[in-house]
Ligand binder design. Structure first.
Ligand SMILES: Cc1cc2nc3c(=O)[nH]c(=O)nc-3n(C[C@H](O)[C@H](O)[C@H](O)COP(=O)(O)OP(=O)(O)OC[C@H]3O[C@@H](n4cnc5c(N)ncnc54)[C@H](O)[C@@H]3O)c2cc1C
Length: 397
């Protein structure tokens, strides 16, 4: 039998989800949000708390995209390590972005508690593990840069690493504020909170590309349309297709993951990422190992918006689990997700140049669980209050 290349992610494999109906009428709203991932939902919920009428159109189900297909790391900072971000974007800009993500992280923990999904948003801490001498030096500089800027983080020596990481890990940076998500449970809770705040949410409603700006006509889907003063496209991996203006700066990329059956014991309390973040692994609350990586092995083929995987990459992740981490449990799930990579490493959030009323969110380069939440809320504040400050840490689309 051929190996499937398009399978169900562990996080979405609950069999019990009842989707909301598709859009089947012509509506008016203040804001139409295209995309029901963490960014679009955080944006829509925040718009509603400002008293604006927001409608979300989602092609599949909420968390059906990267938000329900990811590694489940809730990390402060953006894609570049803080020490590198200081060099690339300037110390003040890097510090400001990191500080905002730390505040957003607290907000996510508090909100998850309020929404009754604290078990899906666990404050576990995380380990950034060095697998070579070069990387060990980078980890030391990373922790030093955090300390210089007043952010928490400490070095963990080889003897204090969890036994599963000792074979490949030389030392690690521990950041106690980071967390582990069951991302689909979290994002679905965010969707319910958005609806409770007044947002209207339609699933099974793909919007044809390119998405029109408000002056170019309503946002039309098969069964209806939305006419709004603002349109937000929050689609990360699909952003270059839906808003061609960003295609030069953000490229779609597929990332592979798999999950095992539950292990009888707990081997990893903190989500851990290795080899400059190429590989990532967490043990779920029910004992499974969820892991991904080797996108560099996927090379040119990784630059695609097709949600289908390469058996060779999954096989490499599986070998890594067995040979390097010593995890022998059988693999039960394999999947991919598509994300948007920004050419300069900076997430995009704001107004699309030359198309009044059209806004874009995305390009988190594989780290949008927290940054997407932050960017969505910042854009909502900008639309509702005209406030630009929150967007200053992002690049314009
Ligand atoms: C394998 C993998 C591992 C990752 N690991 C991590 C991690 O550990 N930590 C982390 O922070 N980030 C991680 N990420 C990245 C993170 O998942 C994304 O950055 C984040 O989910 C982006 O959220 P979003 O709301 O912008 O996009 P999405 O969640 O992709 O949401 C966009 C939505 O738009 C919908 N859509 C697309 N086209 C249309 C259309 N035409 N009409 C209507 N709707 C449309 C999609 O169905 C989708 O639901 C990972 C991603 C992957 C794939």
């Amino acid at each position: 039998m051929p190996t499937p290349t398009d399978t169900v992610p562990l996080w979405l494999d609950d069999g019990a989800y009842a989707p909301r109906p598709p859009l089947a009428e012509d509506l008016r709203a203040d804001v139409c949000v295209v995309g029901g991932g963490v960014a679009g939902l955080a944006c829509a919920r925040r718009l509603a708390t400002h008293g604006l009428r927001a409608v979300v159109l989602e092609a599949r189900t909420v968390a059906g995209g990267a938000s329900g297909r990811n590694g489940g790391f809730l990390l402060a900072g953006a894609a570049a390590f803080h020490v590198d971000a200081r060099e690339r974007f300037g110390r003040d800009a890097a510090r400001s972005l990191y500080a905002r993500t730390l505040r957003a992280q607290d907000e996510v923990y508090a909100l998850a508690g309020e929404l009754g999904v604290a078990a899906a948003v666990r404050r576990t801490g995380s380990l950034r593990v060095a697998t070579s001498e070069d990387e060990a030096e980078h980890v030391r500089r990373h922790v030093a840069a955090l300390a210089e800027d007043g952010f928490p983080g400490e070095l963990v020596g080889p003897d204090d690493l969890p036994p599963v990481l000792r074979r490949s890990g030389l030392l690690a940076a521990h950041t106690a504020h980071d967390g582990a998500l069951q991302p689909a449970v979290w994002v679905r809770a965010l969707a319910r909170a958005a609806e409770a705040a007044g947002v209207r949410l339609f699933e099974g409603t793909p919007v044809p590309a390119p998405v029109p700006a408000p002056g170019e006509g309503p946002v039309a889907a098969a069964g209806g349309s939305v006419r709004a003063a603002h349109v937000v496209v929050a689609a990360d991996g699909a952003l270059p297709a839906l808003v061609p203006e960003v295609a030069g700066a953000v490229r779609a990329r597929r990332l592979h993951m798999l999950a095992t059956a539950p292990l009888p014991e707990r081997v990893l309390e903190q989500p851990s990422y290795l080899r400059y973040g190429h590989e990532y692994v967490q043990q779920t609350a029910d004992g499974r190992i969820a892991a991904g990586g080797f996108s560099d092995l996927d090379a040119g083929a990784s630059w695609t918006d097709r949600e289908a995987g390469a058996p060779a990459v999954w096989a490499r992740v599986e070998r890594w689990l067995r040979d390097d981490l010593g995890v022998a449990a059988p693999v039960t799930h394999r999947w991919v997700g598509v994300v948007g990579y920004a050419s300069d490493g900076l997430p995009r959030a704001g107004d699309v140049h030359g198309r009044p009323g059209l806004h874009a969110l995305g390009g988190y380069s594989g780290t949008g669980n927290l940054v997407g939440f932050l960017a969505g809320q910042a854009l909502a504040d900008r639309i509702a209050l005209g406030e630009h400050d929150g967007l200053s840490v992002f690049a314009s689309p």
